[in-house]
Design a protein around this ligand. Sequence first.
Ligand code: FES
Length: 237
Amino acid sequence: MERRRFLSGCAGFSGSAALASLADWPQAWAQAAPRPYARTRLVDVHGRPIRLDALAAETNYVFQYPYAATPCLLVKLKRPVVADASLKREDGTTYAWQGGVGRERNTVAFSAICAHKLAYPTREVSFIRYQREQSATSGGNVIHCCADHSVYDPAEGARVVSGPAPQPLAAILLEHDPREDALYALGTVGAEQFDAFFDKYKLRLALEYGEGRARAAVQAVSVLRELANYCRTTIQC
Ligand code: FES
C-alpha cells in the first residue's frame, strides 16, 4: 500500500493513531511534520466507496477534509509526479511531499484554499481549479487561482510556479488500498491555512454550516464529487 511510503517517513504513525499528537513525531520531523487527521474514506454522493480506476483523468474533484468546510482538490494526473519533492513554506521550513498514489502514483490532492488570499471553491463559484489546457495567463497542467493568478504545479507538490502566492498549497496525504481500489485521506503536510481561513470567513461559514459546525472534524467518510457538480460557476482564466 502507498500508505507505507507516507508511514516510512513518519515512524510511529498508524491508522489507529491518526490523531496522535505532534509530540509523538520523531525529532527529525519537528519543523515540518505531516499532520495526521482522521483516516477518511472517499465516497460518492450515495455513500458508495470511490474506486480510483473509476475516476476520470485530469478532472477536478473536490472533497471536504480535514474539516467540514475546508475543500480539497483531487486530480488524477496524466504525467509523472515528482515523488518525495522537497518544498518550502513561507516561514522557511521545508517539508517532503509523498508524491501521488495509485498504480501509476499520479493521483494527488491539495487543500483548495489558495495560499495567497484564501480564495476557495464555494457552492456558487470557484476561482481555483486544475487547468489542463494552456491559457493566456498560464501554461497547462497546473492548479490556477484566477483571483490573482497564483499558479501551482500539482506534479511537484503544488509548488508555486508563478503569481503572488508565497508558498505551496498544503498537500493532502492520501492512501490507496489496491485490494479495494479505495482512496483514503490521512492528513496534511505543508502550510495549512485553516486558522486564517476560519477567521476570514467566520460569518459566511456560520451562515452556511451553522454556528460552530464549519470546523467539525471530518471522520470516517467524505464525499468526492466533480468540481462542476459542487459549484455552479468555475472561473476560467
Ligand atoms: S487568492 Fe488565489 S491568487 Fe490571490
